[in-house]
Write a protein that binds this ligand. Structure first.
Ligand code: 13P
Length: 264
């Protein structure tokens, strides 16, 4: 059974103080609220995993606010070099030291707002897999690519370069893929359950063809794009969707808790 991941990507929101409050309140919910307690038990039994990705400057606050291991912390980006003259970048050893378990790589905003290429993201993925931080690697098509019937071609290209130097064992044990169609991100226009499942099923098929059945069965594939409490349960019920990458709705404690509870 694949552990379902509920991951909040805060993007450029929540400084240190707001992060500390959020993490403290969420841990209180896990320890006091009846649904929260059930969720904490689901984390202990590895049925679900809860991840929060604050901005870089709030990672330290998140890690020091945490009193338990119920919530895991992710970075929103990485640089592939360990240190040196790379102004503005943050390395994997720094993220490890700060306490990150995961790093999001290739989010659509990194690809389309900051111009990161498939080659850049391949380097980041390889460097992350050589560190103790685990990658959540994002893929997804633009609206015009979907409308012109090219969704699968885009996923082929994005995954081909990312996967070309990986082994079956690494894919089975260490990699999480997030399918985030760009047209669904921050637009309120969630992919239908069928469209989301169709893309996640396609990603698993590609993993099967390249790495075999053990890897494709173990690979966790998340959906992201306008996830909210009203649509999370039906997305999570899809065969090939193993979790959610949540933007706006993860900034509100109540809606993030409802989404976590919908995975129980
Ligand atoms: P929204 O949930 O705000 O659409 O953002 C999705 C996303 O980009 C998560 O990484």
């Amino acid at each position: 059974m694949r552990t379902k991941m509920l991951a909040g990507n805060w993007k450029m929101n929540n400084g240190g103080a707001a992060t500390k409050d959020f993490i403290t309140n969420l841990e209180n919910w896990f320890s006091k609220d009846p649904v929260g307690k059930k969720s904490a038990a689901a984390v202990s039994s590895k049925a679900i995993e809860v991840v929060v990705a604050p901005p870089f400057t709030s990672i330290e606050s998140a890690c020091s606010a945490k009193q338990t291991d119920i919530i895991q912390i992710a970075a929103q980006n990485v640089y592939h070099k360990p240190k040196g003259a790379f102004t503005g970048e943050v390395s994997l050893p720094m993220l490890e030291e700060a306490g990150c378990k995961y790093a999001i790589i290739g989010h659509s905003e990194r690809r389309h707002v900051f111009g990161e290429s498939n080659e850049d993201l391949e380097k980041k993925l390889i460097a992350t897999l050589e560190s103790r931080v685990l990658p959540i690697f994002c893929v997804g098509e633009l609206l015009e690519e979907r409308e012109s019937g090219n969704m699968k071609k885009v996923l082929d290209t994005q995954l081909e370069s990312a996967w070309r130097s990986l082994t079956s064992d690494v894919v089975a044990d260490m990699v999480v893929i997030a399918y985030e169609p760009v047209w669904a991100i921050g637009t309120g226009q969630t992919a239908s359950d069928d469209d989301a499942e169709d893309a996640c099923d396609y990603i698993r098929t590609l993993a099967y063809e390249k790495f075999g059945v053990t890897s494709s069965d173990s690979l966790r594939i998340l959906y992201g794009g306008s996830v909210k409490p009203e649509n999370s349960a039906s997305l999570l019920a899809q065969r090939d969707i193993d979790g959610l990458l949540i933007g706006g709705a993860s900034l509100d404690a109540d809606s993030f808790e409802k989404i976590i509870a919908s995975a129980l």
